[in-house]
Design a binder for this molecule. Structure first.
Ligand code: HMG
Length: 445
């Protein structure tokens, strides 16, 4: 069967930076380590006044098309994943196609366009749609453009405020991809949950602590479901495990849970038994409560073992380097985790061709999905072409007062004019509203 997967990707970060330790914590009178150590975040990205989900998505897609030498005729589908849409009918993909048509002679009239919604997991679901379209043989030799773009804003004062972020990831899905091949095997954990939702409102209603429990529960179900088709997983099977990363502290918890599951009944559990005992088995306990207490104790001990710490440092920690600097990008979050891991492999000069990733996506409401990816021969060239570190370094560092203005500027219920902090340079910008209140965009050379 021909390989199908991600051929190339580009990342576009919102051009403003809010420093969580220096600016946010200082203003809130909180210990900066709550953010840098507890949540594991250093900064958030925000869109400048002329940026939004369309400009960020179109700018990432434009870079991708230019770098791969593509024109609209090469693209048969544009799938946009977002939970920050501003229109209940017209999809963001039509706006992005409209932007791109300003800079290419051809149009995208032949391309199927849509918008996917299921909180953060919609980015991975859009990849699935593209994968299935190619596998079904409906692509007529064309590739799919998948764009995950979000402005993840919370209401001012919400505990989620520190985890905000904004940015876009554009991915090209093709046959014989250069970056990663996607597995046909997938696992799901899906349930009707009300942990995080936006019932016709821009900022989420969030039950923060419960959302973390729901994330872990659905992720565990998805792993078990994945194993039911792909066979048992083992910690040594995967070079990296990129997870959906609302903040790195969440992934710390998911990593520990995943490791405990993977070592159960293996030689690793046996090796650790002298030091921390064997994993509690439910049948050994009279009730669920005592079993859960024993599991918590085992996890605390497991967390401190050399085996776990080395595995986590090698397989999970490298996925977090971009996220730490930009915050939660919702639909793009797991995709920047994959990019961060591959960047780390390149920095370490490791040859990871043929190695596998286990990718754990999640969206509130709630669903987790797990699949595997095989790193392809062209990965190094693709990763070397990314300029995300430079973009992160070049962001304009906003003061707290400027942050308040920027938050208001992007609040759909307020119409606040704000001069941009950065100079557009070869990019799409928001240009105002048209006669039907539609958003309009220009390309600035
Ligand atoms: P909070 O209640 O302000 O923070 O909000 P906290 O008091 O729980 O502290 C956070 C961590 O920092 C804790 O670590 C503290 O111990 C530690 P933990 O115990 O959990 O390991 N801490 C410190 N560490 C060092 N020095 C200190 C210090 N102080 C505290 N001085 C919360 C946290 C996550 C609830 C909040 O940020 C929130 O509501 N976030 C939004 C919801 C969210 O991100 N949930 C994640 C799972 S759901 C998900 O991922 C889906 C999502 O992306 C949406 C979608 O799918 O569309 C959100």
């Amino acid at each position: 069967m021909t390989a199908v997967g991600i051929d190339a990707m580009e990342i576009w970060t919102g051009k403003l930076k809010l420093d969580l330790a220096e600016t946010f914590a200082a203003e809130k009178g909180e210990d900066p380590e709550k953010y840098t150590k507890g949540l594991g975040l250093f900064a958030s990205s925000f869109p400048d006044a002329h940026e939004d989900i369309v400009t960020m998505g179109a700018n990432a897609a434009h870079r991708l098309m230019e770098r791969k030498g593509l024109t609209p005729a090469d693209i048969g589908r544009i799938d946009v994943a977002t939970e920050s849409a501003f229109d209940n009918s017209k999809p963001v993909s039509t706006y992005i196609a409209g932007c791109l048509e300003q800079v290419y002679e051809e149009d995208f009239h032949h391309a199927n366009k849509g918008e996917r919604k299921f909180a953060c997991i919609a980015g991975t679901q859009s990849l699935d749609d593209a994968y299935n379209w190619i596998r079904a043989g409906r692509n007529r030799g064309r590739s799919a453009l998948v764009v995950a773009t979000d402005t993840a804003l919370y209401a001012r004062g919400d505990p989620g405020e520190a985890t905000q972020g904004a940015g876009a990831v554009a991915m090209l899905v093709t046959e014989d991809p250069d970056l990663v091949e996607l597995s046909t095997e997938q696992g799901y954990g899906s349930a009707d949950e009300t942990d995080f939702l936006k019932p016709n409102q821009q900022f989420p209603s969030v039950d923060g602590k419960r959302s973390m429990q729901v994330y872990l529960a659905r992720m565990r179900e998805a792993l078990e479901d994945f194993e039911s088709v792909a066979g048992d997983t083992h910690p040594d099977d995967f070079a990296f495990i990129p997870y959906h990363t609302p903040f790195p502290g969440m992934v710390r918890k998911a990593g520990l849970l995943g490791y405990r599951h993977m070592i159960r009944g293996t030689e690793v559990e046996d090796e650790l038994a002298d030091e921390i005992g064997r994993q509690p088995r439910e049948e050994e306990f009279d009730d669920r409560e005592s079993y859960e207490e024993a599991i918590r104790g085992y996890m605390d001990d497991l967390k401190s073992t050399d085996q776990y710490r080395e595995w986590y440092a090698e397989v999970v920690e490298p996925t977090l380097s971009i996220s730490r600097e930009v915050g939660n990008w919702y639909t793009g979050s797991v995709h920047i985790a994959r990019a961060a891991a591959l960047q780390y492999a390149a920095e370490e000069d490791r040859d990871v061709t043929g190695d596998r990733l286990l990718v754990g996506s999640y969206g509130s409401g709630a669903q987790a999905e797990i699949h595997a990816e095989t790193i392809q021969e062209g990965w190094r060239e693709e990763v070397d072409a990314l300029n995300v570190d430079e973009q992160i370094r070049n962001r304009y560092d906003i003061s707290f007062e400027e942050y308040e203005q920027v938050h208001d500027r992007h609040n759909h219920d307020k119409s606040v004019e704000l001069a941009a902090f950065t100079e557009p340079d070869g990019e799409f910008v928001f240009a105002g509203r048209g006669a039907m209140d539609e958003r309009t965009y220009d390309y600035v050379e």
